[in-house]
Design a protein around this ligand. Sequence first.
Ligand SMILES: Nc1ncnc2c1ncn2[C@@H]1O[C@H](COP(=O)(O)OP(=O)(O)OP(=O)(O)O)[C@@H](O)[C@H]1O
Ligand SMILES: [Mg+2]
Length: 262
Amino acid sequence: MLKPLQLIKSRYLIVEQAGSGGFSTVYRAEDTLLGLPVAIKVGNAGDALPMRREAQFLASLKHRSIPQFRDFFEHRTTWCLAMEWIAGTCLHTTSRLPIRQVVAVGSQLCEVLFYLHHRTPPIIHRDLKLANILLSGDTLFLLDFGISSYPGLNAFLGGSRGYAAPEQWLQTDITPRTDVYSLGMVLYRLLMGRPFPVPGDSTTHVKGEHPPTLQPLVLSPGSQPLLDLIERMTRQEPTHRPDVTDVWQELKHIADSDGAAE
Ligand SMILES: Nc1ncnc2c1ncn2[C@@H]1O[C@H](COP(=O)(O)OP(=O)(O)OP(=O)(O)O)[C@@H](O)[C@H]1O
Ligand SMILES: [Mg+2]
Protein backbone atom coordinates (compact mmCIF):
# COMPACT_ATOMS: atom_id res chain seq x y z
CA MET A 1 0.00 0.00 0.00
CA LEU A 2 1.54 3.29 -1.09
CA LYS A 3 0.72 6.62 0.55
CA PRO A 4 0.21 10.11 -0.94
CA LEU A 5 3.51 12.08 -1.17
CA GLN A 6 5.54 8.85 -1.06
CA LEU A 7 8.43 8.92 -3.57
CA ILE A 8 9.27 5.61 -5.21
CA LYS A 9 12.25 4.75 -7.41
CA SER A 10 13.48 8.26 -6.46
CA ARG A 11 11.24 9.47 -9.27
CA TYR A 12 7.50 8.82 -8.94
CA LEU A 13 5.57 10.88 -6.41
CA ILE A 14 2.34 9.17 -5.37
CA VAL A 15 -0.69 11.50 -5.49
CA GLU A 16 -3.63 9.23 -4.70
CA GLN A 17 -5.08 5.77 -5.20
CA ALA A 18 -7.03 5.64 -8.46
CA GLY A 19 -8.43 2.14 -8.40
CA SER A 20 -7.90 -1.39 -7.32
CA GLY A 21 -8.84 -4.83 -8.52
CA GLY A 22 -8.28 -8.44 -7.62
CA PHE A 23 -4.58 -8.41 -8.46
CA SER A 24 -3.31 -4.89 -8.07
CA THR A 25 -3.74 -1.32 -6.91
CA VAL A 26 -3.44 1.63 -9.30
CA TYR A 27 -2.17 5.05 -8.21
CA ARG A 28 -2.08 8.45 -9.84
CA ALA A 29 1.45 9.74 -9.51
CA GLU A 30 3.78 12.38 -10.91
CA ASP A 31 6.90 11.48 -12.83
CA THR A 32 9.13 14.11 -11.19
CA LEU A 33 11.90 13.61 -13.78
CA LEU A 34 9.68 14.46 -16.74
CA GLY A 35 7.00 16.48 -14.93
CA LEU A 36 4.25 14.24 -16.30
CA PRO A 37 1.31 12.50 -14.64
CA VAL A 38 1.57 8.71 -14.65
CA ALA A 39 -0.54 5.78 -13.55
CA ILE A 40 1.38 3.26 -11.48
CA LYS A 41 -0.07 -0.21 -11.22
CA VAL A 42 1.33 -2.11 -8.25
CA GLY A 43 0.93 -5.87 -8.21
CA ASN A 44 0.23 -7.95 -5.18
CA ALA A 45 3.39 -8.91 -3.32
CA GLY A 46 5.18 -12.07 -4.32
CA ASP A 47 4.16 -13.12 -7.79
CA ALA A 48 6.11 -11.10 -10.36
CA LEU A 49 4.94 -13.08 -13.39
CA PRO A 50 1.48 -11.50 -13.99
CA MET A 51 2.85 -7.95 -13.73
CA ARG A 52 5.79 -8.78 -16.00
CA ARG A 53 3.45 -10.30 -18.56
CA GLU A 54 1.23 -7.22 -18.49
CA ALA A 55 4.25 -4.91 -18.78
CA GLN A 56 5.55 -6.91 -21.76
CA PHE A 57 2.21 -6.66 -23.54
CA LEU A 58 1.85 -2.94 -22.89
CA ALA A 59 5.45 -2.18 -23.93
CA SER A 60 4.86 -3.95 -27.26
CA LEU A 61 1.68 -1.99 -28.12
CA LYS A 62 1.23 1.41 -29.73
CA HIS A 63 -2.33 2.60 -30.27
CA ARG A 64 -4.16 5.83 -29.49
CA SER A 65 -6.70 3.88 -27.40
CA ILE A 66 -4.12 2.06 -25.26
CA PRO A 67 -2.15 3.86 -22.48
CA GLN A 68 1.53 4.17 -23.36
CA PHE A 69 4.03 2.08 -21.43
CA ARG A 70 6.50 4.17 -19.35
CA ASP A 71 8.42 1.98 -16.90
CA PHE A 72 8.56 -1.36 -15.10
CA PHE A 73 10.46 -1.71 -11.85
CA GLU A 74 10.62 -3.44 -8.50
CA HIS A 75 9.69 -1.55 -5.36
CA ARG A 76 10.46 -3.47 -2.19
CA THR A 77 8.66 -6.78 -2.69
CA THR A 78 6.25 -5.69 -5.43
CA TRP A 79 6.48 -5.00 -9.14
CA CYS A 80 5.22 -1.71 -10.55
CA LEU A 81 4.08 -0.80 -14.04
CA ALA A 82 4.17 2.92 -14.89
CA MET A 83 2.04 4.05 -17.82
CA GLU A 84 0.44 7.12 -19.36
CA TRP A 85 -2.16 8.64 -17.02
CA ILE A 86 -5.56 8.79 -18.67
CA ALA A 87 -7.74 11.58 -17.26
CA GLY A 88 -11.13 10.10 -17.94
CA THR A 89 -14.29 8.49 -16.66
CA CYS A 90 -14.59 4.76 -16.22
CA LEU A 91 -17.47 3.33 -18.30
CA HIS A 92 -18.45 1.34 -15.23
CA THR A 93 -20.17 4.47 -13.92
CA THR A 94 -22.23 4.88 -17.11
CA SER A 95 -25.94 4.16 -17.13
CA ARG A 96 -28.00 3.24 -20.19
CA LEU A 97 -26.79 4.92 -23.40
CA PRO A 98 -28.73 5.83 -26.55
CA ILE A 99 -28.19 3.35 -29.41
CA ARG A 100 -26.12 5.85 -31.39
CA GLN A 101 -23.63 6.14 -28.51
CA VAL A 102 -23.54 2.39 -27.90
CA VAL A 103 -22.66 1.94 -31.57
CA ALA A 104 -19.96 4.63 -31.31
CA VAL A 105 -18.41 2.93 -28.25
CA GLY A 106 -18.59 -0.43 -30.03
CA SER A 107 -16.86 0.97 -33.13
CA GLN A 108 -13.96 2.41 -31.12
CA LEU A 109 -13.54 -0.87 -29.25
CA CYS A 110 -13.59 -2.75 -32.57
CA GLU A 111 -10.79 -0.49 -33.82
CA VAL A 112 -8.55 -1.33 -30.87
CA LEU A 113 -9.49 -5.03 -30.93
CA PHE A 114 -8.77 -5.12 -34.68
CA TYR A 115 -5.29 -3.77 -33.89
CA LEU A 116 -4.72 -6.44 -31.21
CA HIS A 117 -6.17 -9.32 -33.21
CA HIS A 118 -4.07 -8.49 -36.29
CA ARG A 119 -0.73 -8.55 -34.56
CA THR A 120 1.60 -11.50 -35.07
CA PRO A 121 0.76 -13.52 -33.08
CA PRO A 122 -2.68 -12.05 -32.30
CA ILE A 123 -3.22 -10.68 -28.80
CA ILE A 124 -6.46 -11.53 -27.03
CA HIS A 125 -7.34 -9.00 -24.35
CA ARG A 126 -9.52 -11.50 -22.44
CA ASP A 127 -10.89 -9.02 -19.90
CA LEU A 128 -13.04 -6.61 -21.85
CA LYS A 129 -15.50 -5.08 -19.39
CA LEU A 130 -16.76 -1.63 -18.44
CA ALA A 131 -14.35 -1.39 -15.49
CA ASN A 132 -11.45 -1.73 -17.95
CA ILE A 133 -12.57 1.04 -20.31
CA LEU A 134 -11.99 4.76 -19.75
CA LEU A 135 -13.59 7.58 -21.71
CA SER A 136 -11.38 10.65 -22.09
CA GLY A 137 -13.02 13.37 -24.19
CA ASP A 138 -14.26 11.48 -27.26
CA THR A 139 -11.57 8.79 -27.02
CA LEU A 140 -11.98 5.42 -25.35
CA PHE A 141 -9.02 3.75 -23.70
CA LEU A 142 -8.73 0.03 -23.19
CA LEU A 143 -6.91 -0.79 -19.94
CA ASP A 144 -5.72 -3.83 -18.08
CA PHE A 145 -3.74 -6.35 -20.09
CA GLY A 146 -3.35 -8.35 -16.87
CA ILE A 147 -4.76 -11.59 -18.29
CA SER A 148 -4.13 -10.98 -21.99
CA SER A 149 -2.65 -13.85 -23.97
CA TYR A 150 -2.23 -15.49 -27.35
CA PRO A 151 -4.62 -17.86 -29.17
CA GLY A 152 -4.40 -21.51 -28.31
CA LEU A 153 -3.07 -20.93 -24.84
CA ASN A 154 -5.16 -22.76 -22.34
CA ALA A 155 -7.48 -20.31 -20.66
CA PHE A 156 -6.04 -21.01 -17.19
CA LEU A 157 -6.29 -17.34 -16.34
CA GLY A 158 -10.08 -17.28 -16.31
CA GLY A 159 -12.02 -14.08 -16.92
CA SER A 160 -14.56 -11.70 -15.37
CA ARG A 161 -18.00 -13.02 -14.46
CA GLY A 162 -20.67 -11.45 -16.62
CA TYR A 163 -18.25 -10.84 -19.50
CA ALA A 164 -16.19 -14.05 -19.80
CA ALA A 165 -16.92 -16.32 -22.76
CA PRO A 166 -17.87 -19.99 -22.19
CA GLU A 167 -14.35 -21.08 -23.26
CA GLN A 168 -12.96 -19.00 -20.36
CA TRP A 169 -15.30 -20.67 -17.90
CA LEU A 170 -14.46 -24.09 -19.28
CA GLN A 171 -10.73 -23.35 -19.59
CA THR A 172 -10.62 -24.55 -23.16
CA ASP A 173 -8.70 -22.79 -25.95
CA ILE A 174 -9.33 -19.11 -26.40
CA THR A 175 -9.34 -17.27 -29.73
CA PRO A 176 -9.90 -13.65 -30.83
CA ARG A 177 -13.62 -14.47 -30.79
CA THR A 178 -13.35 -14.73 -27.01
CA ASP A 179 -13.00 -10.91 -27.05
CA VAL A 180 -15.98 -10.66 -29.44
CA TYR A 181 -18.14 -12.40 -26.83
CA SER A 182 -17.07 -9.97 -24.09
CA LEU A 183 -17.59 -7.00 -26.43
CA GLY A 184 -21.15 -8.28 -26.99
CA MET A 185 -21.67 -8.26 -23.22
CA VAL A 186 -20.26 -4.72 -22.99
CA LEU A 187 -22.67 -3.51 -25.70
CA TYR A 188 -25.58 -5.29 -24.00
CA ARG A 189 -24.77 -3.61 -20.68
CA LEU A 190 -24.59 -0.16 -22.29
CA LEU A 191 -27.75 -0.68 -24.33
CA MET A 192 -29.91 -2.08 -21.55
CA GLY A 193 -28.38 -0.14 -18.65
CA ARG A 194 -27.84 -3.31 -16.65
CA PRO A 195 -25.44 -6.25 -16.85
CA PHE A 196 -26.48 -9.45 -18.47
CA PRO A 197 -27.83 -11.59 -15.61
CA VAL A 198 -25.15 -14.14 -14.76
CA PRO A 199 -25.37 -16.03 -11.46
CA GLY A 200 -22.70 -15.41 -8.84
CA ASP A 201 -20.74 -12.50 -7.45
CA SER A 202 -19.95 -10.20 -10.38
CA THR A 203 -16.64 -9.13 -8.86
CA THR A 204 -15.15 -12.63 -8.84
CA HIS A 205 -13.23 -14.27 -11.64
CA VAL A 206 -14.39 -17.45 -13.32
CA LYS A 207 -12.05 -20.40 -13.47
CA GLY A 208 -12.82 -24.03 -14.23
CA GLU A 209 -16.57 -23.74 -13.69
CA HIS A 210 -19.38 -24.76 -15.96
CA PRO A 211 -20.79 -21.68 -17.72
CA PRO A 212 -24.39 -20.90 -16.81
CA THR A 213 -27.12 -21.29 -19.39
CA LEU A 214 -27.91 -17.73 -20.32
CA GLN A 215 -31.46 -16.61 -20.89
CA PRO A 216 -32.24 -15.39 -24.41
CA LEU A 217 -31.63 -11.67 -24.81
CA VAL A 218 -34.58 -9.49 -23.87
CA LEU A 219 -35.54 -7.40 -26.87
CA SER A 220 -36.37 -3.72 -26.71
CA PRO A 221 -38.14 -1.83 -29.50
CA GLY A 222 -35.93 0.15 -31.87
CA SER A 223 -32.72 -1.67 -31.06
CA GLN A 224 -33.38 -4.87 -32.99
CA PRO A 225 -30.42 -4.75 -35.45
CA LEU A 226 -28.02 -4.11 -32.57
CA LEU A 227 -29.55 -6.82 -30.38
CA ASP A 228 -29.39 -9.26 -33.29
CA LEU A 229 -25.68 -8.49 -33.62
CA ILE A 230 -25.13 -8.88 -29.85
CA GLU A 231 -26.95 -12.22 -29.96
CA ARG A 232 -24.55 -13.49 -32.64
CA MET A 233 -21.50 -12.10 -30.81
CA THR A 234 -22.45 -13.98 -27.63
CA ARG A 235 -23.06 -17.42 -29.14
CA GLN A 236 -21.72 -20.28 -27.04
CA GLU A 237 -19.72 -21.80 -29.91
CA PRO A 238 -16.84 -19.41 -30.83
CA THR A 239 -16.92 -20.28 -34.55
CA HIS A 240 -20.58 -19.23 -34.68
CA ARG A 241 -19.63 -15.68 -33.64
CA PRO A 242 -18.63 -12.97 -36.14
CA ASP A 243 -15.01 -11.80 -36.05
CA VAL A 244 -14.14 -8.25 -35.07
CA THR A 245 -14.00 -7.03 -38.69
CA ASP A 246 -17.57 -8.26 -39.29
CA VAL A 247 -18.77 -6.65 -36.06
CA TRP A 248 -17.12 -3.35 -37.02
CA GLN A 249 -18.77 -3.43 -40.47
CA GLU A 250 -22.17 -4.17 -38.99
CA LEU A 251 -21.87 -1.38 -36.46
CA LYS A 252 -21.03 1.03 -39.31
CA HIS A 253 -24.07 -0.23 -41.15
CA ILE A 254 -26.30 0.31 -38.09
CA ALA A 255 -24.81 3.80 -37.59
CA ASP A 256 -25.60 4.69 -41.22
CA SER A 257 -29.14 3.36 -41.09
CA ASP A 258 -32.23 4.12 -39.09
CA GLY A 259 -31.19 1.34 -36.71
CA ALA A 260 -29.19 3.87 -34.69
CA ALA A 261 -32.09 6.28 -34.22
CA GLU A 262 -33.34 6.29 -30.66
N1 LIG B 1 -3.54 4.39 -17.21
C1 LIG B 1 -4.52 4.69 -16.37
N2 LIG B 1 -4.94 5.97 -16.24
C2 LIG B 1 -5.95 6.28 -15.37
N3 LIG B 1 -6.58 5.39 -14.58
C3 LIG B 1 -6.20 4.10 -14.65
C4 LIG B 1 -5.15 3.68 -15.54
N4 LIG B 1 -4.98 2.35 -15.39
C5 LIG B 1 -5.89 1.95 -14.46
N5 LIG B 1 -6.62 2.99 -14.01
C6 LIG B 1 -7.70 2.94 -13.00
O1 LIG B 1 -7.46 1.86 -12.10
C7 LIG B 1 -8.51 0.89 -12.17
C8 LIG B 1 -7.94 -0.52 -12.03
O2 LIG B 1 -7.02 -0.73 -13.09
P1 LIG B 1 -6.84 -2.19 -13.75
O3 LIG B 1 -8.16 -2.62 -14.30
O4 LIG B 1 -5.69 -2.14 -14.69
O5 LIG B 1 -6.47 -3.02 -12.44
P2 LIG B 1 -6.86 -4.51 -11.97
O6 LIG B 1 -6.32 -4.65 -10.61
O7 LIG B 1 -6.37 -5.44 -12.97
O8 LIG B 1 -8.42 -4.53 -11.97
P3 LIG B 1 -9.38 -5.84 -12.07
O9 LIG B 1 -8.72 -6.96 -11.37
O10 LIG B 1 -10.64 -5.35 -11.42
O11 LIG B 1 -9.59 -6.07 -13.54
C9 LIG B 1 -9.22 1.14 -13.51
O12 LIG B 1 -10.58 0.76 -13.48
C10 LIG B 1 -9.05 2.66 -13.67
O13 LIG B 1 -10.06 3.34 -12.96
MG1 LIG C 1 -9.24 -4.17 -14.38
